[in-house]
Design a protein around this ligand. Sequence first.
Ligand code: ADP
Length: 276
Amino acid sequence: MLDPRVSRDIRVQDVTMVYHSHGDSVIALERVNMHVPTGQFASIIGPSGCGKSTLLRLIADILQPHSGQVTLGSDTPRAARHDHALGFVFQSPTLLPWRTVRQNVELPLDVAGRDSTRRSARSTDELIELVGLKGFEKALPHQLSGGMQQRVAIARALVLTPDVLLLDEPFGALDEITRQRMNIEMLRIWAESGTTALLVTHSIGEAIFMSDQVYVMSARPGRIVSVVDVPLPRPRTLDMMRSHVFFDCVNRVRDGLFGKEESTSAMSRPQAAEAY
Ligand code: ADP
């Protein structure tokens, strides 16, 4: 087991975000509210441009909201970031090309200082094995496939055992089989660590399989249109994706995404399976 540690909830209150560029204003998010309880796993799903990445970046202190507030536990995102309590996996792996796999995974330790009070509970070797890269410790990023590079990024995000783990479509570049394996591995790591996790994904099935709640967003301006609770037990197994509960969740997410009329809410199970 990883170190038991105090995790943090994620609270987004009435957040509006406006971008200004070339004299134009884009309302990327309008009065967004969200609460991910401590230690839970939530996903955000919505059409391209609905503000998913913006929301994740506000939570990560990469952007500041126009109005409203974000808190992680009792802290601002900035304070949480300074406490090394945030892990972030981006859509692309953003590895340093001159550092080996091991050195990339250990980068946050070097930045934070190895004597940092927030220590890693899992060794680098364990993390590298966990993401399926045993034997590649000395490889450089250009020697790895895109999927393998993303695994390095996931291990790197976990090395400081974050309280809050933000995942911006981290599995989008992986083939379907690897992706499902990574989903299961990620859930195991999450369950052991007590981390509060928030995933952005385009996949309805992935969102439901991973999450306690799925936040469904609409575009322009980005708003939360529905929150779907996923009553599947944990640990999750792949055969749960054949269950009535799973397909009911698929239909409810589709209702949020496409509206009840358009979404074939009375879809049969094979049709719903195709949707995934
Ligand atoms: P998503 O992740 O859901 O695809 P984004 O958060 O990337 O959406 O973008 C939300 C909206 O904000 C889009 O309309 C996008 O064009 C706009 N946007 C994102 N970043 C910027 C920026 N730096 N400047 C201006 N507009 C932006």
